[in-house]
Design a protein around this ligand. Structure first.
Ligand SMILES: Cc1ncc(COP(=O)(O)O)c(C=O)c1O
Length: 415
C-alpha cells in the first residue's frame, strides 16, 4: 500500500526526474530544491560578476547578494555580526583554515592538547593530527556512553591544564546521536587552562545546521563550521564562524588577493574581517545558492517544519529496525528524541558493500563504509556499516522501499 507522498518532494526536481527513487543518502549530501536551482540560474543569467572593488553595476549586485548570503547565515546560527562569518569551500576546509591559523598564531604549540570526541568525522580529526605531525600538538579523545552520547565523566577526566582546544561534532554522521554541545560549551566556559585562559570550543555543525536550530551563543562556541551541500545548497561552499574578538587576533594561515589591505615588495597588511580569511575569489555562486537554501527553509516554515516532517519518520524507522531481529545491529541511540535521521547498521552474514549494491539495484540510495569516521568504527568494533539517512523531503514510501530490500536480504541470509 502506498502512503501519501510528502508534499515537500515536489519542490525537488530530482524526484520529478526520477520517479520511484528512494534517496536515503542525505547525510552525504542533500538534493536541491527549485528555489535554489532557479535562484542560482537567475543570478548567473542576470547578476554574476566578481565581487570586491568592481565599480560597475553587475559587480555591485553580485557583492550585495554575497553579503546578503552572509547576513542570512549570521541570522541562521545566531552570530553577532557577519564579520564573524568566513566563507570557505566546505567543513573540511573550514577546519583546516582554523587549525592552521591557531598554530600560526601561537594558540596551539608543542605540548598543547586538542581534545576531540571519538565520534568525530575525519574533517575534525585529521587537521588536528596534522598539527601533531608538524608542531607536536597532542590530540586526545573522550568517549561516549553506551547510548553513543557524550560521556561527560570521561570528558572531564581528559580536560588537563594543557588542553587548549575542545573540538566536537553537534551530531554524529554515523550514529545520528545529537551531542549535548550546549552543556559541553557551558562546562568549558567555566574552565581554565594552565595559563588561566578558557579552552577554545569548536563545534562541527555539519550535521546540525541542516537539521535543527543552532545558536553559537547558546553553545558558547568560539568557532563553528558547516558545509552548504548538506543543506540543499551547492558543493564547494562552507562556513566558518569565529567569535569576532578571536578572529581579530588570529593570524590567517592562508593569504593572497582579496585577503589583504595593501602589498609592497617586501610586506603586506591583511584585510579586515572576515575577508582576511577568504583569500582569492570566493565561491560566489555557492554563496548565492546558500542564500536561496536559507530562504527556502524559511519559506517552508523553518526548522519547525523539518522537525515535523522528520520526527515521525525517525520513530517509524527505529520501530521497523527493532522488529527485524538480532541479525541486524543498529548503532546509535534508540530514543527517537536523541538522534537525527541517520541509521547505520550491519547485517550478520552480509558484507556492507554487497548490501549497498542490493539497495542500489532497487533504486534505494544508501552508503556503505566507514563514513569518514574510522576512529569511531574502531571504538565500536565495526568493519564498516551501511548508512541510511533521511531528510525532511523523505516519506514512508522511501522507508518501505528501504525495508523491503533489507527484509528480503535478511530472509535470504537466514535460509
Ligand atoms: C559531521 C561531519 N563533519 C564534517 C563533514 C565534512 O563535510 P565536507 O566533506 O563537506 O567538508 C561531514 C561530511 O560528511 C560530516 O558529516
Amino acid at each position: 500500500m502506498r502512503h501519501p507522498t510528502n508534499p515537500l518532494k515536489k519542490d525537488f526536481p530530482i524526484f520529478r526526474n526520477h520517479p520511484g527513487l528512494a534517496y536515503l543518502d542525505n547525510t552525504a549530501s542533500t538534493q536541491k530544491p527549485d528555489a535554489v536551482i532557479e535562484g542560482v540560474k537567475r543570478f548567473v543569467e542576470f547578476d554574476y560578476a566578481n565581487i570586491h572593488r568592481g565599480a560597475y553595476g553587475l559587480s555591485e549586485r553580485s557583492e550585495i547578494l554575497y553579503e546578503r548570503s552572509k547576513e542570512k547565515v549570521r541570522d541562521l546560527i545566531g552570530a553577532a555580526t557577519s564579520a564573524e562569518i568566513v566563507y570557505t569551500y566546505n567543513s573540511t576546509y573550514a577546519a583546516n583554515i582554523l587549525s592552521l591559523s591557531l598554530a600560526r598564531s601561537g594558540r596551539l604549540k608543542k605540548g598543547d592538547r586538542v581534545l576531540v570526541s571519538i565520534a568525530e568525522h575525519h574533517a575534525n580529526v585529521v587537521p588536528w593530527l596534522v598539527l601533531k605531525e608538524w608542531f607536536g600538538v597532542e590530540v586526545d579523545y573522550f568517549g561516549m556512553t553506551s547510548d553513543c552520547e557524550i560521556d561527560f565523566a570521561d570528558f572531564e577526566s581528559k580536560m588537563t591544564p594543557d588542553t587548549k582546544v575542545v573540538a566536537v561534532t553537534g551530531a554524529s554522521n554515523v550514529t545520528g546521536a545529537v551531542f549535548d554541545v550546549v552543556s559541553l560549551g557551558k562546562r568549558i566556559s567555566g574552565m581554565c587552562d594552565r595559563n588561566g585562559e578558557k579552552p577554545l570550543f569548536v563545534v562541527d555543525a555539519s550535521q546540525s545546521v541542516p537539521n535543527y536550530r543552532v545558536d553559537v551563543k547558546e553553545m558558547h562556541a568560539d568557532f563553528l563550521f558547516f558545509t552548504a551541500h548538506k543543506m540543499m545548497a551547492d558543493t564547494g561552499m562552507g562556513v566558518l564562524y569565529g567569535r569576532k574578538d578571536l578572529l581579530k587576533v588570529l593570524e590567517p594561515a592562508l593569504s593572497g588577493g582579496g585577503a589583504i589591505n595593501w602589498v609592497k615588495k617586501e610586506a603586506f597588511a591583511p584585510a579586515g574581517l572576515p575577508y582576511r580569511f577568504e583569500p582569492g575569489t570566493p565561491n560566489i555562486i555557492g554563496a548565492v545558492s546558500l542564500l536561496h537554501a536559507c530562504e527556502y527553509l524559511e519559506s517552508i516554515g523553518g526548522y519547525a517544519r523539518i522537525e515535523e516532517a522528520e520526527r515521525p519518520l525517525i520513530s517509524s524507522a527505529l520501530e521497523r529496525f527493532a522488529s527485524l531481529g538480532d541479525s541486524v545491529r543498529l548503532v546509535g541511540p534508540i530514543d527517537p528524541n536523541k538522534k537525527i535521521g541517520i541509521f547505520s547498521f550491519t547485517l550478520k552474514g552480509a558484507h556492507v558493500s554487497d548490501l549497498a549494491e542490493r539497495f542500489a539495484d532497487a533504486n534505494v540510495c544508501v552508503r556503505a563504509g566507514y563514513h569518514c569516521a574510522e576512529p569511531l568504527a574502531a571504538e565500536l568494533g565495526l568493519d564498516g556499516t551501511v548508512r541510511m539517512s533521511l531528510y525532511f523531503y523523505n516519506d514512508e514510501n522511501d522507508l518501505d522501499a528501504f525495508f523491503r530490500v533489507l527484509e528480503a536480504v535478511i530472509s535470504e541470509t537466514s535460509e
